[in-house]
Write a protein that binds this ligand. Sequence first.
Ligand SMILES: [Mn+2]
Length: 458
Amino acid sequence: MGLDNDIRAASERIYNADSVTVASHIDADGITSGAILRQGIQNARITVKSIFLRQLEPMQMKKIPKDNSLKVFIDFGAGQQNLLEEHGLGEEEVLIIDHHVSQNVDTPYLQVNSLPYGHEKLSAAGLGYMVMKEMGVADGELAKLAVVGNVGDMMAREHCGLIGPAREIVDDGVSFGSVKVVKYDLNCYGISTRPVHTCLSYCDDPYIPGITNNIQGAQEFLEKLGITSRTDGGQWRVWEEMEHDERRCIISALTQQLIANGEGTDRLLSETYLFPEENRRTPLRNAPEYATMLNACGRWARADIGCKVCCNDRGLAYSEAEKMLQNHKNVIRQMMEYILDAGVTELSHLQYLHVGNRFPDTIVGIGAGMALSKLNWRKPIMILCYLPDDPELIKVSMRTNDRMIKEGIDLQSALLTASREVGGEGGGHKIAAGAYIPKSAEKEFASSVNRILEEQST
Ligand SMILES: [Mn+2]
């Protein structure tokens, strides 16, 4: 009831606006959110402009125009309402569409927020889509983008598929013909672009002994099953293009491999979302790869290019996005290699490394996650780095895996506690968390995190 009412109020406010400025975040969820509103509002024949901000903070607020347009903040805003007040924005000229914890301020800003209604697996792009649907301007393109945003924000991760309202958007996409669902698909990244053996070797959730991090092992595994790894034309085959029987054969052999090694099989399969209208063998063919391309654009400070791709530009914007994606993957690979070469320091319950200012702080978390799958998978990894624009602070990124979580590890609470002890700030999720701590606390920080992790695992 409640969320529907808020969605209706939001759609009316947009309909009654002469022009709209949409401000959103620069990650995949933020970019798809911006693109959904931009296209939807255009469909409603209302003038709309979109801007993308790294964060909603005082410096960036200057980019919010002082004009008569309705300001829609999507994928942020709920927790920064004091900034909107300070910027002099009145109740009538603001709409917030967000899925982050809300802040209480004097001005009763109109807000669509999934959190208070208990929808924890619905991202901003999903909410944006629901508002556009209420306005009667949603189409297959928007449903597809909403799926990308939700998957980009890890909403499908825990349950190996989208659930609740986000899953209903998938159904919309299926009826529009823009989304195809594969119910029990391989839970691997790169099913549309990577050679199958590479795709399998990158699978680390679950960890498949003999295959994860072992390209050659994965290749031999396929050979043993009699699966041809190249097309007649000599190209590597990708998972998406395998025959149904071949996929079943690979999945059942992987299941056996996991069981034989005493590993769980519950995360081997996942529901996947494909986009049949997009070109084959491109990152736009499935939700997680599409999301990575958008994240790459955001990390190179070109969210606007990602938005153009979302708005169907397959020319110049797409080729620039492709370059950024390639670059993004290269830097992450370099960082992972650096971590492996330099070597981590192992404590009893933690492995960590300080990478200084070698890599942009925006990719350190991803690099940490990838390195973890090649290091000791029984201990969480922590990477520290310097921030280009703040010499006083250290950024901390931590990653773990589901196995450790089952044993009681919770990185969010570990970093929250450890960073508060030193006057910093931390947060995130059990599996991935981050913090900012003062440089003076750098030395003893690892041992204090180690102590907390030790307490968690007993
Ligand atoms: Mn989000």
